[in-house]
Design a protein around this ligand. Sequence first.
Ligand code: HAM
Length: 420
Amino acid sequence: MALYVQLTRLRGFQDHIGIDARVQAAVEECARSIAERHNVAEIRIPVMERLDLYQRSSGETSDVVEKQMYAFADHDDAHTMLALRPEGTPGVVRAYIEAGLDRSDPEQRLYYCGAMFRRERPQKGRYRQFNQFGVEIFGRADAACDAELIVMVDEMRRELGLELNFEINSLGCIECRPRFRNALLEWGRAHLADLCQDCHLRLERNPLRLLDCKIDVKLTESAPRSLDYLCGDCQTHFGIVNDLLEDAAVPHSVNSRLVRGLDYYTRTTFEAVSTGVGAQSAVAAGGRYDGLVEALGGASVPGSGFAIGVDRIALALEAERFRLRPDAALIALGEPAARRAMHLASQMRAAKLTVEVLTPGRGLKALLRRADKIGARHAIIMGDQELARGVVVLRDLRASTQQELAERDLIAALAAGASR
Ligand code: HAM
């Protein structure tokens, strides 16, 4: 008996068809164009790397590495452990070092876009494969760089008409962060009896994670705040970031609990929070990671960046706005007209008009219904008689009016209609 395998997609993996794919593409296109206006260049990196890369950057105690990796042994002699990328930052840093840029030309501004993989519990806005668009800036330690990154995301908010607030925090530097960590450790030990099971583990392995707890929210309100432990330089840095965001009219507030789920952050961290996408409201996040290049074997070069969740931004947008609307549906009645239609359509496309030639062989009424269904602005109708006279019938499907037009005037008439 043949084994019946259900060929459905995997849990947490998505298909994006038609308009859904188009919204995602529009988000990516908007991000790409903003990044390029900031003189950020593209980098394309593999979707798979050695598992160690993520363990040494995202952090062994981070949820991403500890619980969510798609990791497996390769078939090579060493059984090298490989992993699908859960985020872009480690791969970009690895590529930057591998190309020798950390020493030869450290100041780099790079963007990337593509699929990331995390074995999370799926829900609306949280998937096992999702798309990120990220920017990483190397060789800049100044606060203006952090502010510029946040401003880039804010430009997306404006262009796409999103409702976002930016939450920002500072985790301090190698000098002052250990003091904050110790204070959290002491606080955690003093409240041990009240902490949840997970927090007991967090306390020993990475006390900053205590502030991530979704169970002990009330309790952790009394926990130490990183901002109270910042050294003078970190305070100044954070102050400048705030002032620059103020000047740029970026809607923001300080969230002293924002420790982020990845281990490499120093100083500025931020999240862009949307009101329109349900529980998974962080649509973009990032921050500074001054020690990461060095930790991965490169020179001591500062870095800062962000990634937006393309799927989550797409959820916050009204999809209809992005529907592809052809300028015209070409309706050819009869074989000779159908041949002419193919030719006319090519000319129209060369003039940057969007055209679908409808399947011939059906009645005019059915074809007009189809033109309407695909959202075409106009129907162009040509039969034997029109063909013989070198004319077409141009029907405005919104206004329900029509006119006869010389074929040679068609493109100009459509272009005028498209710009109206
Ligand atoms: P992250 O906060 O882990 O940071 O992810 C950034 C964004 O990716 C999130 O705000 C969210 O919008 C989206 N995202 C994350 N996980 C999922 C998921 N399972 N499903 C859908 N969307 C998701 C990073 O990845 C850092 N690499 C950001 C960064 C770049 N920091 C510095 N440079």
